[in-house]
Design a protein around this ligand. Structure first.
Ligand SMILES: Nc1ncnc2c1ncn2[C@@H]1O[C@H](COP(=O)(O)OP(=O)(O)OP(=O)(O)O)[C@@H](O)[C@H]1O
Length: 279
């Protein structure tokens, strides 16, 4: 990597993907370092999965650059996993479908995610939360440098979501890996995230979520979401997305779209994410 940073795992610099004559995403820049949790948020179709796939090398950028650390080991939890439900598949087998693993590595990974007792269970019988844990175990079993999770809380209830994000944070602490997560929703991931990248076809804003300290603040966050109130995090904007999809710039001009050149305010302000017209 050219960036002089021993902990840097992956770096996207103004990266974009073009398909059929249009950009799915462009102007995407962010870094993931060892020990850091970076969360991509944004509405459906915002380009979160596409950006994550650029980060891990599934897609090569059509513009800009993506650099990865040499010999980077990646553990990936995809958004969807098509499992043929007519075939019996145990959790242990799920762990090894993409390659062999020593039994001790399987057991250690299942233990880390809290389902060691389910090694012989059939995948079809797992609850949503248990299934996500099994996928997580599969991704961490080979001790990746970078763990990439596309919507890790699908099919998981509310308290299960919090438990899963806490688990991901624990895995980061224990394995010292970097984590790139995708979420629809900042509110629940907020407490476990170091950096948030808000996407809407491009990077709208990047920032550090407010530190959530102690159980009281954590509760407040939980209630804030339940009541439809807005979580607060810091970021910088120099343009506003209007409800009709147009973009109002700092100088008051309105354009059909934003451009990768759209930067950020030079002063921080607090912003309720639910209020932006990204969604
Ligand atoms: N291979 C492709 N060819 C053409 N369009 C694509 C391709 N892959 C994705 N898209 C489109 O690119 C846009 C971004 O998709 P992407 O899956 O990255 O969004 P996302 O933010 O992850 O959305 P979601 O929250 O719904 O998963 C969408 O409009 C999608 O339909």
């Amino acid at each position: 990597m050219t960036k002089k940073d021993a902990d840097l795992l992956v770096s996207l610099d103004d990266a974009g993907i073009r398909r059929e004559g249009r950009f799915l995403v462009r102007g995407v820049s962010f870094d993931v370092r060892r020990g850091e949790i970076v969360t991509l948020i944004g509405p459906n179709g915002a380009g979160k999965s596409t950006s994550a796939k650029m980060a891990i090398g599934v897609f090569e950028p059509d513009e800009g650059r993506v650099i990865r650390a040499a010999r980077l080991k990646i553990g990936y939890v995809p958004q969807k996993l098509n499992i043929d439900h007519s075939l019996p598949l145990t959790v242990r087998r799920l762990m090894t479908v993409t390659g062999p693993l020593p039994r001790s590595a399987i057991q250690d990974a299942l233990e880390q995610v809290g389902i060691a007792h389910m090694e012989e269970a059939s995948v079809q019988t797992l609850s949503g939360g248990e299934f996500q844990r099994a996928l997580l175990a599969r991704a961490i079993a080979r001790k990746p440098d970078l763990l990439v999770l596309d919507e890790p809380v699908q099919g998981v209830d509310y308290s299960g979501e919090i438990a899963l994000y806490e688990l991901i944070s624990k895995i980061r602490d224990r394995q010292g890996c970097g984590v790139l997560m995708i979420s629809h929703d900042l509110h629940v991931v907020m407490a476990q995230t170091d950096t948030v990248v808000c996407l809407n076809g491009h990077v709208c804003c990047t920032g550090t979520p407010e530190a959530v300290s102690g159980s009281e603040a954590y509760q407040a966050l939980f209630c804030a979401r339940a009541s439809g109130a807005l979580a607060v995090y810091r970021h910088h904007h120099d343009h506003t997305h209007l409800p009709d999809g147009k973009v109002r710039h700092a100088d008051g001009t309105v354009t059909e779209h934003c451009t990768p050149g759209d930067g950020h305010h030079d002063h921080a302000h607090e912003h309720g994410h639910g209020e932006t017209s990204h969604a």
